[in-house]
Write a protein that binds this ligand. Structure first.
Ligand code: PMP
Length: 383
């Protein structure tokens, strides 16, 4: 139950374990082309340009930054935790002049504040983290996308902890880049960096004055490859992660078979049930209810519970969870991922394990209250 790598579907793993096809074979070209196409459906960006790269989510962040930023470009970075701060560091390597709007832990940054900055007219680009995995805070992308259109500022959404779990409508919301990695709600083992770029983002890339400062990430190298696969022609720049792409193809099919609306709703229901269980056990949470994510939760330990002991007892009860990540709160909270193929049973089992761990460690609470609250919240929804 960590927020990635998640537990993967056996059919996806079987696909990945098949003999590696040649990257220029007809069989693989179809797998790659169909995956590029399915990404646009999952991202809800029919006119976008998809990219599939061997690498992690940080590479997807790097690729978006390297291709859209030039020296001295002004960038507004909305930081709701660890990964927002990482984006500012990354962009500064390419010479960006970053202004960071940082929220207090557990809070988001107000749209008014963002608009006030954009009104100054000095920014080329804005980045934000849809769900910051360090805080479980979700930012509402729609108003940010619209502001980006209104003020002619390119917008990059870090969706590593959101794509295929949280609601995203890239094209309707006018967001220029939505990027992610394979190992979270996309449901494929780590190793793929994925992004969809809007037409406006690709035009901004074409209008660059200087070459991209990162050879591997440069769209000048990769765009012809993606185009070739789309047209079902062989092409080569760097060897694709063929087994992972085969797994991606399978997982994207499963995601679209479930249907995006149903999938968003399943994530919302399970997250709500888990948060009501946490509340019923008397634990506080890092994000406030209004900004709490559907893909992971971040509860605080109750008074007197020691982080390492709790994580160990959860392990003993059969559930692997993640510790805190935000430096200032690291030992005060833990993180539970609930994304991808997560079921009602998985979340109930996790709540029961929490109750067992808390009881062993001497925390006094109304035994069964967490599981009852989760069951109640789930009982009105059939999936
Ligand atoms: N952004 C967010 C929101 C993340 O959660 C992560 C990884 N947990 C990253 C970026 C970086 O991804 P990766 O670890 O795959 O490089």
């Amino acid at each position: 139950m960590i927020p990635g790598p998640i537990e993967f579907d056996s059919e996806v793993l079987t696909e990945m374990g098949k003999p590696s096809p040649s990257h220029v074979s007809k069989e693989f070209i179809d797998i790659f082309a169909d995956s590029l196409d399915m990404m646009k459906k999952v991202w809800k960006c029919p006119d976008g340009q998809s990219f599939i790269m061997a690498g992690t989510g940080t590479l997807a962040m790097d690729m978006a930054g390297a291709n859209l930023v030039e020296k001295d470009d002004r960038v507004l970075v909305i930081s709701t935790g660890y990964f927002g701060d990482r984006y500012a560091q990354l962009l500064e390597r390419y010479g960006a002049d970053c202004h960071v709007l940082r929220s207090a832990p557990g809070e988001s940054v107000s749209t008014d504040l963002i608009e006030k900055e954009l009104k100054t007219g000095k920014y080329k680009l804005l980045t934000f983290t849809h769900v910051d995995t360090s805080t479980a805070v979700k930012v509402d992308p729609e108003p940010i996308g619209l502001l980006g259109q209104q003020y002619n500022v390119l917008t990059i959404l870090d969706g590593v902890c959101s794509v295929a779990g949280e609601e995203i409508r890239q094209q309707d919301w006018g967001i220029d880049i939505v990027l992610t990695a394979s190992q979270k709600a996309i449901g494929v083992p780590p190793g793929l960096a994925l992004l969809v770029a809007s037409e406006r983002a690709m035009e901004a890339f074409e209008l660059r004055k200087n070459p991209v400062l990162n050879y591997y990430s440069d769209w000048a190298n990769w765009l012809p490859i993606m185009k070739a696969y789309e047209e079902r022609r062989p092409a080569y720049f760097g060897t694709p992660a063929v087994n992972l792409v085969a797994a991606l193809n399978k997982s994207l099919k499963q995601i679209l078979e479930e249907g995006m609306e149903k999938r968003f709703e399943r994530h919302r229901i399970i997250a709500r049930a888990f948060r009501s269980a946490i509340k019923a056990l008397g634990l506080k949470q890092v994000p406030s209810e209004e900004v709490a994510a559907s893909t992971l939760s971040a509860p605080y330990y109750p008074q007197g519970i020691i982080a390492s002991e709790f994580v160990q007892e959860m392990n003993n009860a059969g559930v692997v969870i993640a510790g805190g990540l935000l430096p200032e709160l690291k030992t005060k909270y833990f993180r539970v991922g609930h994304m991808g193929k997560i079921s009602y049973e998985d979340i109930l089992f996790t709540v029961q394990a929490m109750e067992t761990a808390l009881e062993i460690l001497g925390y006094r609470f109304d035994k069964g209250a967490g599981a009852d609250a989760a069951r109640d919240a789930l009982s009105s929804h059939q999936i």
